[in-house]
Write a protein that binds this ligand. Structure first.
Ligand SMILES: Cc1cc2nc3c(=O)[nH]c(=O)nc-3n(C[C@H](O)[C@H](O)[C@H](O)COP(=O)(O)O)c2cc1C
Length: 179
């Protein structure tokens, strides 16, 4: 799919077709594309934990903060947990932050990877929902390794709804020109 069309037409999907599985080959092909995302000094700090079955349902229970996310995860065939290797992106070899943004750059890298993931999934006929609302114990429940930070959960599956695009701000309101 043309990249501009993909960016404009991708939607967050909160209802998935429960009769359709997502194969391991397909999710791997999506991650295979997402790994080409840019990253700080090519540190490639984003990691993907693919959750199905019982592992997914355990994470779906970690949603006291926003119960609707739990329902979405139970309904989705796959949830992918994005994590980041801590304190590499945006850091010098001696462990000191390269800029005042500190660990902001690792979230920046993970955000780029998340968008690449969602666009690659959309191109493959899949739909996604990025979720930032989950309980504090979620990383532990998933078993995210020490030295990594859980950054987002992404529900993946075949859409069972066609939501309208939420309003976007006008382009002119987002740009400042200076010369
Ligand atoms: C970092 C991030 C966290 C989000 N967290 C949630 C969430 O916890 N639950 C949810 O239903 N949607 C979540 N969303 C989805 C946004 O609400 C959605 O992207 C936005 O409304 C625009 O809609 P669109 O993705 O269809 O363009 C999140 C999106 C991002 C980028």
């Amino acid at each position: 799919m043309e990249v501009v069309k993909c960016i404009r037409e991708r939607r967050s999907i909160r209802k998935f077709d429960t009769s359709k599985e997502v194969s391991r080959e397909l999710i791997e092909s999506v991650i295979d594309t997402a790994r080409f995302s840019p990253s700080w000094k090519n540190t490639q700090v984003t990691r993907y934990t693919v959750l199905t079955g019982e592992a997914k349902d355990k994470v779906a229970a970690c949603t006291n903060i926003w119960a609707k996310n739990g329902d979405i995860m139970r309904n989705a065939p796959i949830v992918v947990a994005l994590s980041v290797v801590d304190k590499r992106s945006g850091y010098e070899r001696d462990g000191s932050p390269s800029t005042p943004l500190g660990d902001g750059w690792q979230m920046f890298d993970c955000g780029i990877a998340a968008q690449s993931f969602c666009l690659a999934a959309f191109d493959a006929g899949l739909s996604t929902l990025i979720m930032g609302l989950y309980d504090d114990n979620t990383a532990e429940v998933i078993g995210i390794p020490e030295g990594q930070i859980l950054t987002a959960l992404i529900a993946v599956g075949y859409a069972a709804e066609e939501p309208a695009a939420p309003n976007r701000k006008e382009t002119a309101d987002l740009i400042t020109y200076k010369s």
